[in-house]
Design a protein around this ligand. Structure first.
Ligand SMILES: [Zn+2]
Ligand SMILES: [Zn+2]
Ligand SMILES: [Zn+2]
Ligand SMILES: [Zn+2]
Ligand SMILES: [Zn+2]
Length: 472
């Protein structure tokens, strides 16, 4: 039997602010791993239990620190003045990681880093104004022959953003406390940090107290009495009462956090509904006997949360059958071109409604070709979290051509504005006439669970956070 994969450590553990093994941060005394000084443990017990997994990276981190050539390269690339433009600071970081840091670890580990390791390599806390890390500060001190070194100074409010000196904090403060474009309602990076932190804590609590699964795949078990347009609605309006019923003992604050957590998966179903609403001139689609949705480029993320798509049926009481095709070369092995009827909630079952899925481990244009004359144009095609790099690859072009020329209603989503705009440019280059309602623009049904994407020092990502573009 396959070994159960341990859950990915939360951001706080990746920053060294929680135990890297048990994730505890409150009422524990954390000490840094003396080998790499990169992560912390609550005691020798957790450190011992983690050593087998941590050992290779611990050694590689030390080797990096002792490598004077790498040190010289990274130090010379540091900006001479504090940067206040987040795009510049993010770009300089990403470039250094691609050119120097990542190749070093690949060589040192003699294999590509695992996801856990990559998160630690790229996610080391950095100065918001110059991208210095604690490791770089130590490397600089070693170069200068100094033996006492300073450390990054955390923000006194959120403790999750850092600067390397008071002067750099003076330069970075307006950025850290000003409205952040990727955050909800223009909240600041500092406020969002605190919100994410609260969510991480609730999550750890839910996992231990309520036996919450690590991945929270949830949709309310209810059928709405009639289709109500989603424009003007919100996550809170749609899900608050249902989450309250489900989560029972949770406090009001925790209900909100649970909705945030659930939105990560639910955003897929809600974005399908939003896309259909935006790309149709009337609501005829809400009364179809069978509604067809094709998810292109589907992978484990979609395959692991298939049940949440019932939420599409739950919003459309007049639809009898939802036929979903999950199609992508990265669909997990075992995905066969076979049609299965998923179990639905008791209400849907009673009403004789069906949720049918077909899983196809292939490229979409091949699927369409194999279908031949059997192919039926879907009501919507959707590509979740497409980065510009995904669709720029030539393997995507036949699918893109098929969608554009076939005038198949299609929507692409992305993690952030940058990716959405890059994606939109590629869609236009492929002659797609983008519908203004579906991007590039913020997705009102993007996940409200934001992530801090390493190695960036500023900004947030969220699943389907942006609509990159769409056409019909
Ligand atoms: Zn621990
Ligand atoms: Zn270590
Ligand atoms: Zn700095
Ligand atoms: Zn802060
Ligand atoms: Zn149902």
């Amino acid at each position: 039997m396959a070994q159960k994969r341990p859950p990915l450590p939360p951001w706080t553990a990746e920053l060294g602010l929680a135990c890297y093994k048990c994730f505890k941060e409150d009422n524990v005394h954390l000490s840094r791993c003396s080998g790499c000084l990169r992560i912390s443990y609550c005691g020798p017990e957790c450190q011992k239990r983690d050593w087998e997994l941590h050992k290779p990276l611990c050694k590689a981190l030390r080797a990096m620190e002792k490598n004077s050539l790498i040190a010289a390269t990274l130090i010379s690339a540091l900006p001479k003045m504090p940067i206040t433009d987040w795009k510049v600071v993010n770009d300089s970081m990403t470039q250094a990681c691609l050119d120097v840091v990542f190749p070093f670890y690949r060589g040192s580990l003699q294999r590509p880093p695992t996801l856990f390791e990559a998160n630690l390599i790229l996610g080391e806390p950095r100065c918001l104004a110059c991208t210095r890390t604690d490791q770089l500060i130590r490397m600089e001190a070693a170069q200068n022959g100094a033996d006492n070194f300073r450390r990054l100074i955390p923000c006194p409010e959120c403790h999750l953003t850092f600067c390397c000196s008071p002067a750099h904090w003076d330069a970075a403060r307006p950025l850290h406390h000003g409205p952040c474009e990727e955050a909800l309602d223009g909240l600041s990076q500092c406020t969002m940090n605190r919100q994410i932190h609260a969510l991480l804590k609730t999550r750890t609590l839910m996992i231990s107290v309520h036996d919450f699964p690590v991945r929270f795949v949830w949709h309310p078990k209810r059928v709405k009495s009639a289709w109500t347009p989603l424009s003007g609605s919100s996550w809170e309006a749609e899900f608050h009462d249902e989450m309250r019923k489900y989560a029972g003992k949770l406090t009001a604050r925790s209900v909100f956090l649970a909705i945030m957590e659930a939105s990560d998966n639910l955003s897929m179903a809600m974005t399908v509904l939003h896309g259909l609403e935006m790309l149709n001139d009337d609501d005829g689609w809400t009364r179809k006997h069978m509604l067809r949705v094709h998810i292109i480029g589907a992978s484990a993320m979609e395959a692991n949360s298939v049940i949440i798509f019932e939420e599409i049926l739950n919003h459309l009481p007049q639809v009898k059958i939802l036929k979903l095709v999950l199609c992508g070369p990265d669909m997990p092995v075992g995905a066969l071109s076979q049609t299965v009827a998923l179990e639905t909630c008791s209400e849907c079952t009673q009403l004789g409604r069906q949720h049918i899925q077909e899983h196809v481990a292939d490229k979409y244009h091949i699927f369409v070709k194999n279908q031949g004359s059997q192919f039926q144009k879907p009501d919507l095609c959707i590509v979740f979290n497409s980065g510009a790099s995904v669709v720029s690859t030539h393997t995507w072009l036949p699918t893109l051509k098929l969608l554009v020329e076939g005038k198949i209603p299609t929507v692409f989503t992305s993690y952030n504005r940058e990716e959405a705009e890059g994606q939109a440019a590629l869609l236009r280059a492929a002659d797609a006439k983008l519908h203004p309602a579906v991007g590039p623009t913020r997705n009102p049904w993007g996940s409200i669970k934001l992530h801090h994407p390493p190695p960036k020092v500023y900004g947030f990502d969220s699943s389907n956070g942006w609509l990159a573009g769409g056409f019909r």
